[in-house]
Design a binder for this molecule. Structure first.
Ligand code: MLT
Length: 408
C-alpha cells in the first residue's frame, strides 16, 4: 500500500498565491466585464531588457547549428555566467566570491525550498513572521514541524517582525540552528543595515548556526549605505548561503534563472560535531537533482551584466520604484501607516481590520488584487501587501479605485 507523506496533511489547504489566484478567477468568472488590476503576486509586467533578448536570439541560433549546438550543460551553470556573477555582483562591491561558489538554477524559490533537505531532521529552525511561505511550507513537508495551531506551526521559532522593531527581527530567545532571513524583505519591504546583519552573522558564528539569506530583491536598493549581500559582513562566508534571482532584477519571472552562493568556507557539522563543507553537499544534491538552466537563458542572464543590460535593468527597476513611490503617496494620503516601497517593490500596509476581509473588499469593490498579510504569518494579520510590479498607468488607476473604496 502506497502511503502519503503524513506531513502534507499539516499544510494549509493551498499555497498562498494559489488561493489568491483561485479567488481572482472566481471573481473574474462572476464579473467578466471587470478589468482586474493585479498588484498581488510579485510578478513583473515589462518585456525583457533588449540586451537579454538579443543574447537569447543569438544563443537560439547557435542551438540550430551542429557546430555551436549545446546539449547538457554543467549542472552548476556555464562558466561564462558564473564568472560574470562573481565579478559583477560581488567583486564590484568588494566581496570575494569565486565563480565555483555560484550555483546557477531556475529559481530562488526552488533553491530556498530545496536546501532544507541538507540539514538534520531535528534542526531547530527560525523563520521571520511575516515570512515568504516557501521557507515554512518546505520544512513542514520535510516533517520538521508539529501541527498548525492559531496561525503557526509548533516546533518552529518565529522571529517577529513588527512595527515596533521596524520589521527587522531581533535574535531568537532560544537556541536555533538554521535561520531564514530576507532583505529587502518580502513581504514587508523592510531593509537591514550592515550593523543589524552583523548581529546575525555574529550570532551564527557563535552558535554554529547557518543563515539562509534571501537577497532576491537587492536590485531595488537605492540607498548606498545598505548592504546588497550578506557577504559584505565580515565572517559571513563561514555561516551564510545567499539566494539571488534574475526574476525581479531583470524581469525573468517567466524566463527562469537564479543563483545560490555556497562559499567553500561555509561549514555544517556531522553528529560528532566535525565540520564539513556545505558546498560539497549542495553540489552533490544539485548534480543529482538538477540538469542546468537552458543555454539561451544563461546567455540572456549574462547579458544583464553588459553595459546596455545594466542601464536597461536600472531603468526597468526605477520604473517599478516609481510605482512604489506613487503607492506610498496615495496610501499615506488615505491615512494608513505603512512600511517598504523605498528600496523594495513591496508596500506593507496596516489595515486596522482582518487581512482577508480587506483583501476581499479591494477585490470585490475595486477589482484590485493585493496580498493579505495574514497569508505570510500571524504577525501579518491586519496588514496587506501591495506589489509595485505593474505599469504606472495601471498602478495609478488601481490607487484611484482603492481611494474610491477606502475614502468612502
Ligand atoms: C511574491 O509575490 O511574494 C513573490 O512573487 C513570490 C515568488 O517570488 O515566488
Amino acid at each position: 500500500m502506497i502511503r502519503v507523506n503524513p506531513n502534507y496533511s499539516k499544510l494549509q489547504a493551498s499555497y498562498l498565491f494559489s488561493t489568491i489566484a483561485r479567488k481572482v478567477s472566481e471573481f473574474q468568472a462572476g464579473n467578466p466585464d471587470k478589468d482586474i488590476i493585479k498588484l498581488g503576486i510579485g510578478d513583473v509586467t515589462h518585456g525583457l531588457p533588449p540586451a537579454c533578448i538579443d543574447a537569447m536570439h543569438k544563443a537560439v541560433d547557435e542551438m540550430a547549428v551542429d557546430g555551436t549546438f549545446r546539449g547538457y550543460g554543467p549542472e552548476q551553470g556555464y562558466d561564462f555566467l558564473r564568472e560574470a556573477i562573481a565579478q559583477r555582483d560581488f567583486a564590484s562591491r568588494g566581496v570575494d566570491i569565486a565563480a565555483e561558489e555560484v550555483f546557477v538554477s531556475d529559481g530562488a524559490k526552488c533553491d530556498s525550498g530545496n536546501i532544507q533537505e541538507l540539514f538534520a531532521q531535528d534542526a531547530r529552525i527560525a523563520v521571520p513572521d511575516p515570512v515568504y511561505p516557501v521557507y515554512v511550507d518546505t520544512n513542514v513537508m520535510a516533517g520538521r514541524t508539529g501541527e498548525w495551531q492559531d496561525g503557526r506551526y509548533s516546533g518552529l521559532v518565529y522571529l517577529e517582525s513588527t512595527e515596533d522593531n521596524h520589521y527587522v527581527p531581533g535574535l531568537p530567545s532560544e537556541p536555533v540552528d538554521l535561520i531564514y532571513l530576507c532583505f529587502p524583505n518580502n513581504p514587508t519591504g523592510a531593509t537591514v543595515t550592515h550593523d543589524e546583519l552583523k548581529t546575525w552573522v555574529d550570532y551564527a558564528r557563535a552558535n554554529k548556526a547557518l543563515i539562509l539569506f534571501d537577497a532576491a530583491y537587492e536590485a531595488f536598493i537605492r540607498d548606498d549605505s545598505l548592504p546588497h549581500s550578506i557577504y559584505e559582513v565580515e565572517g559571513a562566508k563561514e555561516v551564510a548561503v545567499e539566494f539571488r534571482s534574475f526574476s525581479k532584477t531583470a524581469g525573468f519571472t517567466g524566463t527562469r534563472c537564479a543563483y545560490t552562493i555556497v562559499p567553500h568556507a561555509c561549514r555544517v557539522f556531522d553528529g560528532s560535531g566535525n565540520a564539513q563543507e556545505l558546498h560539497a553537499l549542495w553540489n552533490r544534491r544539485h548534480t543529482t537533482k538538477f540538469n542546468g538552466v537552458s543555454y539561451p537563458v544563461q546567455r540572456a542572464a549574462e547579458a544583464v551584466f553588459s553595459a546596455d543590460g545594466q542601464a536597461q535593468i536600472t531603468a526597468l527597476n526605477d520604473g517599478y520604484l516609481r510605482n512604489a513611490a506613487h503607492i506610498r503617496e496615495q496610501v499615506s494620503a488615505l491615512g494608513y501607516s505603512f512600511a517598504g516601497g523605498e528600496n523594495s517593490p513591496y508596500i506593507w500596509i496596516k489595515t486596522g481590520e482582518d487581512s482577508w476581509d480587506f483583501f476581499d473588499r479591494l477585490l470585490n469593490e475595486a477589482a484590485v488584487v493585493t496580498t493579505p498579510g495574514a497569508g505570510f504569518g500571524a504577525c501579518g494579520q491586519g496588514y496587506i501587501r501591495i506589489s509595485a510590479f505593474n505599469d504606472f498607468a495601471k498602478v495609478e488607476e488601481a490607487m484611484q479605485r482603492i481611494a474610491g473604496v477606502l475614502g468612502k
